[in-house]
Each structure stands twice: as C-alpha cells, then as structure tokens.
Write a protein that binds this ligand. Sequence first.
Ligand code: HEC
Ligand code: HEC
Ligand code: HEC
Ligand code: HEC
Ligand code: HEC
Ligand code: HEC
Ligand code: HEC
Ligand code: HEC
Ligand code: HEC
Length: 358
Amino acid sequence: MSAIRSIFSVILAWVVAFSTVLFAQTAQADIRVSPTFAARGLPPGVLAPLTSKPVAAHAPFEAGECNLCHANSDPKQPGPLIKAVTPLCLGCHEEFPGMLKRAHAHPPAQTNCTNCHNPHNANYPKLLLQETSQLCTGCHKQVAEIHATASVPHKALTSGAKCLNCHNPHASEVEALLRQQPFDLCLGCHNVDTMVGADGKKLQNMKAWLDNNPDWHGPVKHKDCVACHQPHGGNQFRMLDGNYPKEFYAPYNPDAYDLCFGCHKEKAFSTAQTDKLTRFRNGAKNLHFVHLQQPGRGRTCRACHEVHASKQDKHIREGVPYGSGGWVLKLNYQQTPTGGSCAKTCHQERSYENRKAP
Ligand code: HEC
Ligand code: HEC
Ligand code: HEC
Ligand code: HEC
Ligand code: HEC
Ligand code: HEC
Ligand code: HEC
Ligand code: HEC
Ligand code: HEC
C-alpha cells in the first residue's frame, strides 16, 4: 500500500512538474514582447561596466568592491555572482520585496532587475540600459507602433517623463502598472488652458470643465476616461475608441457614431416613429431621428449634448459656437412636465411632448 502510494506520489509530482513546465511555456507564448537583449537592439556585453564616461554609477561598484556581488574582489577577475541577480539586488534594496508584492507587478522586474538596469554604471540616469521610451518599447513594440502610426498621437508619451508619466516600471496597486487611477492621471495634465490638439484647435481645460459642470456623463461619473479615449493615441479624432464625427453637421450613418452606440442603442436614433426608444420625441415622432437625419445638414450629437459634463439636464449644452467670431448661440433648453422645449435658438421656440401631464 505504502509502495503504491509512493509510486503514485512520484507520478503526481512528475505530472505537477511537467504541467508547471507546460504552463510556463504557455505563459511565455502569451507574452507579447521580445525579451531578449538582441531583439531589443541591445549589444552583447551590455551589462558589463562601461569604459566610456558614464552618466550614472552604482554606489557599490563605485566603491570598487566587486565582491559585494561577485566571488572575487579583483576587478580584473571578479568571477561569478554570489547569488542570482534579483535576490542580490533585493538584499540591499529592501523596499523592493514589499513593492513587488503590490497587486500588479511588472514581470521583467520580478524575473531579473538587469532586464533594464546595468548593475555597474550606465549612459542613462538610474542605471538604465536605454533611454526610457526606447527601453519600454523595446519589449512593448505594439505601443511603439501605435505611437509611430497614429494620426492622433498622444503627446503624453513623448513629453516629460514619457511612459513614466503614467506607469510605474516596477509595480503598482493600480492595474496596468499605472501610477494613479487613469482619471487622476488625465486630469493631472489636462488642467491648463494652453493645450492644443493635433488639429491645431485649442483643447478644453477638462479639470476646470468638470469642476464647473456638476452633471457628469455616466462613464465620467465612474471616472473612466479610457472608456472612450485610447491612452496611447489612435487614428480617431481626439484619440477616441470608436468613430465619432469631428464636424458639427454630418450625414447620418450609424457607423459614424460607433463610440456612442457602443453603449446607447442605435435604434433610438434610426427609428422614425417610436413611443419608447427615446424621450426626445413629440408624441411618436422621433426628434433624434429628425435632427440627425436632416438631409444635407444632419446634426451631430455635439450640436445638443456635452459629452463630458453639463449644467443642464440630459447633458444638453448651454449654447453652440456660431460663426468664427466666437459668439455663442444659447440653446435655452428647458425640461417641462410633459417633455421639453428650446427657445430662440437654432429655430423659433419649439416644444415636444413625450408623456401625459402628471
Ligand atoms: C551591485 C552588484 C555588482 C557589483 C558591485 C559588481 N557587479 Fe559586475 N555584475 C553584476 C551583475 C548582476 C552582472 C550580470 C551577470 C549576469 O547576468 O550573468 C555583472 C556582470 C559583470 C561582468 C560581465 C558582463 C557580461 O557581459 O556578462 C563584468 C565584467 C563585471 N560584472 C565586472 C565587475 C567589476 C570589475 C566589478 C567591481 C569593480 C563589479 N562587476 C561589481 C553585479 C555587480
Ligand atoms: C551592496 C548593496 C547593493 C546591491 C547588492 C545593489 N545595490 Fe543598487 N544601490 C545601492 C546603493 C547604496 C545605492 C545608492 C542609493 C542612494 O543613492 O540612495 C543604489 C542605487 C541604485 C539605483 C539608483 C541609481 C541612481 O542613479 O539613482 C539603481 C537603479 C539600483 N541601485 C539598482 C540595483 C540593481 C539592479 C541591483 C542588482 C543588480 C542593485 N542595485 C544591487 C546598493 C546596492
Ligand atoms: C522594466 C524595466 C525595469 C526593471 C525590470 C527594473 N527597473 Fe528599476 N527602474 C526602472 C526605471 C525606468 C527607473 C526610473 C524611475 C524614475 O525615474 O521614476 C527605475 C528606477 C530604479 C531605482 C531608483 C529608484 C528611484 O526612485 O530613484 C532603483 C533603486 C531600482 N530601479 C531598482 C530596481 C530593482 C532592484 C529591480 C529588480 C527588482 C528593478 N529596478 C527592475 C526600470 C526598471
Ligand atoms: C524585458 C522586456 C520588458 C521591458 C523592457 C518592459 N516591459 Fe512591460 N511588460 C513585459 C512583460 C513580459 C509584460 C507582461 C506580459 C504582457 O502584458 O504583455 C509586461 C507588461 C507591462 C504592462 C501591462 C501590465 C498589466 O498589468 O497589464 C505595462 C503597462 C508595461 N509592461 C509597461 C512597461 C513600461 C512603462 C516599460 C518601461 C519602463 C516596460 N513595460 C518595459 C516586458 C517588458
Ligand atoms: C497618458 C498616460 C499614459 C502614458 C504616457 C503611457 N501609457 Fe501605457 N497605458 C495607459 C493606460 C491608462 C493604460 C490602460 C489601458 C486600459 O485599461 O485600456 C495603459 C496600458 C499599457 C499597457 C498594457 C495594455 C496595452 O495597451 O498594451 C502597456 C504595455 C503600456 N501601457 C505601455 C506603455 C508604454 C511603453 C508607454 C510609453 C511609450 C506608455 N504605456 C505610456 C496610460 C499611459
Ligand atoms: C503627462 C501629461 C498628460 C497626461 C497624463 C495625459 N495627457 Fe492627454 N495630452 C497631453 C498633451 C501634452 C497633449 C497634446 C496637447 C498639447 O500639446 O498642447 C494631450 C492631448 C490629449 C487629447 C487631444 C488629442 C488630439 O490631438 O486631438 C486628448 C483627447 C487627451 N489628451 C486625453 C487624455 C486622457 C483621456 C488622458 C488619461 C488617460 C490623458 N490625456 C492624460 C498630456 C497629457
Ligand atoms: C463617453 C465618452 C467619453 C468619456 C468617458 C470621456 N471623453 Fe473626452 N471626449 C469624448 C468625445 C466624444 C470628445 C470630442 C468632443 C467634441 O469634439 O465634441 C472628447 C474630447 C476630449 C478632449 C478634447 C476636448 C476639446 O476641447 O476638444 C479631452 C482633453 C478629453 N476628451 C479628455 C477626457 C478626459 C480627461 C476624460 C475623463 C475625465 C474623458 N475625456 C472622458 C468622449 C469621452
Ligand atoms: C462607455 C459607455 C458610454 C458611452 C461610450 C457613451 N455613453 Fe452616454 N451614457 C452612458 C451611461 C452609463 C449613462 C447614464 C445612464 C443613466 O443614468 O441612466 C449615459 C447617459 C447619457 C446621456 C444622458 C441620459 C440621461 O438620461 O441623463 C446622454 C445625452 C448621453 N449619454 C450621450 C452620449 C453621447 C452623445 C455619446 C457619444 C459621444 C455617449 N453618450 C457615449 C454610457 C455611455
Ligand atoms: C437636436 C438636439 C439633439 C441632438 C442632435 C441629439 N440629441 Fe440626444 N437628446 C436631446 C434632448 C433634448 C434629449 C432629452 C429628451 C428628454 O428627456 O426630454 C436627449 C436625450 C438623449 C439621451 C437620453 C435617452 C433618450 O433618448 O431620451 C441620450 C442617450 C441621447 N440623447 C444621446 C444622443 C446621441 C448619442 C446623439 C448623437 C447620435 C444625440 N443624442 C443627438 C437632444 C439631442
């Protein structure tokens, strides 16, 4: 019995060991990066001490005490390391073991600190093997590709601390190794009046706008800026996650509003007669349909709605810019007990009824 059990446990141990190898390999296959130095454009011997004048030097190396890490103290023959690399580093950098236990740790930092750092000295600050964005995109080629090919690139990737504006290279409590929640990151930069978009137009100060407009759109209420925007840039207007026309007037086409219709039902806009799909209707006449599907002058959502936040109900905007002089045509939208009305705006006062008087 005990012999059978021991054979069984040997088989079990073997199965476990084998499946660990197998899983390790599948996990490897899932990695969308090329972790070898050569694939990242790094030359052989990149971890050796530099002979040229370095920008950064590591205190224990500067002290000349090779044997803090290597077997010998002779700089000409330091010999092998006394421990595996990462445990060696963690032995002195005592805040790291705790940091790497955060909810999200960066795999290359868990596996080997020398994926990014030269242990002796380097041509880049913080002992880095490469300049920050090259370092990151050496493995994250997709992000490099997005940035290089996007018709609307995000300058946050190339200004200031670059990738590190938003990411922690080692570990974070926030998903995707973010330094803060995306909402706080976004508003931490989008809090000035001086930004200009890829199209040359001035960008709203989003922090001020949200502070002054208390009725926030659902996803903004959930602090989810990346529900609609691609953080690294993209090929849509304003780095949006789906199509949304950039013009004020555009012929109706459901594909043009992919972004909104990802969350709101398209039928509410393309059904001429309805008594339930939308409240923007006069009786059964769908006023969304009427406005959006005007031949030649279809109004886009922005003609009436603010997408981030508003003062008025239903995210109706206060006014629309008219002409190039900066004059704002007030919409004077009002909700009424039975529907709503717009006065002295794009047209004479018009009202609609979508329910019986209470
Ligand atoms: C803080 C720890 C540390 C100190 C101090 C240190 N080294 Fe190293 N050294 C390393 C690590 C880590 C590697 C990478 C070894 C590996 O991955 O196989 C390395 C590798 C090397 C290599 C081989 C590079 C290669 O291409 O594989 C040389 C040469 C070297 N060290 C020289 C020295 C000399 C000389 C000193 C003392 C003046 C020294 N090191 C001090 C950590 C250290
Ligand atoms: C013998 C102790 C010791 C070991 C082992 C050690 N370090 Fe350090 N490290 C230090 C000290 C001391 C400093 C300087 C701290 C400071 O300036 O606050 C430092 C600083 C650094 C810095 C910041 C450099 C800068 O320019 O600001 C990096 C990055 C770093 N170490 C990485 C590593 C890596 C990677 C390893 C493992 C290969 C490692 N360290 C192993 C002692 C050590
Ligand atoms: C994916 C690349 C990468 C890996 C892997 C990595 N680091 Fe770093 N490390 C960085 C970058 C980038 C910085 C500079 C951060 C900054 O300037 O904000 C840095 C900074 C540091 C610093 C200086 C901290 C400071 O605040 O100035 C230390 C110390 C350090 N790393 C140690 C380590 C240790 C120890 C490991 C292994 C457990 C490791 N790193 C693995 C990219 C990496
Ligand atoms: C040596 C290769 C390597 C380098 C260099 C590297 N990464 Fe990574 N990174 C990985 C691997 C492997 C993963 C995990 C697999 C994946 O999600 O693709 C990862 C995952 C990530 C993730 C996603 C984490 C998640 O939870 O979804 C982010 C964000 C990230 N890295 C940012 C960076 C930044 C910023 C830098 C530069 C400081 C960098 N990486 C440098 C290999 C690397
Ligand atoms: C403006 C802030 C910001 C900057 C700058 C930034 N990222 Fe990100 N990154 C994000 C956000 C937010 C996510 C999470 C996206 C999501 O959840 O859909 C993310 C996700 C990632 C991911 C994991 C998922 C994916 O999209 O592949 C990687 C890898 C990554 N970033 C790498 C980088 C690299 C490399 C750089 C620098 C070239 C960089 N990031 C610069 C905000 C940023
Ligand atoms: C490190 C600062 C920084 C962070 C963080 C940041 N941005 Fe930006 N963003 C910029 C800069 C710089 C521009 C380009 C404006 C300029 O150069 O004046 C920009 C442009 C934009 C644009 C307009 C793109 C165009 O050209 O039409 C949008 C939309 C945008 N950011 C959204 C976001 C979102 C969403 C987040 C959070 C995930 C975010 N930003 C985080 C700095 C930042
Ligand atoms: C429901 C989708 C959605 C969400 C969520 C969202 N945005 Fe937007 N964002 C848009 C659309 C659509 C535009 C284009 C608006 C227009 O031109 O009418 C835009 C435009 C922008 C612009 C450029 C504004 C300008 O003046 O042209 C910035 C900056 C921006 N968003 C940042 C953010 C930030 C920061 C967050 C999170 C607080 C966020 N967005 C959340 C959809 C969204
Ligand atoms: C990521 C999902 C998402 C996207 C994308 C989205 N919305 Fe919304 N929207 C919501 C949620 C959630 C609500 C809140 C619904 C509620 O409170 O019943 C909402 C509410 C609204 C309301 C107000 C409804 C009310 O009853 O107060 C308007 C108007 C609106 N969205 C317009 C738009 C426009 C225009 C777009 C495209 C630019 C868009 N939405 C894209 C999720 C989204
Ligand atoms: C001509 C102005 C106008 C245009 C253009 C417009 N809306 Fe509206 N929308 C309204 C008004 C007014 C309401 C409020 C109806 C009510 O509750 O009385 C409304 C309500 C909504 C609601 C709340 C649910 C409902 O249908 O009652 C959503 C969601 C919405 N609009 C999304 C959109 C989207 C997405 C677009 C662009 C595809 C758009 N709207 C274009 C005026 C407009």
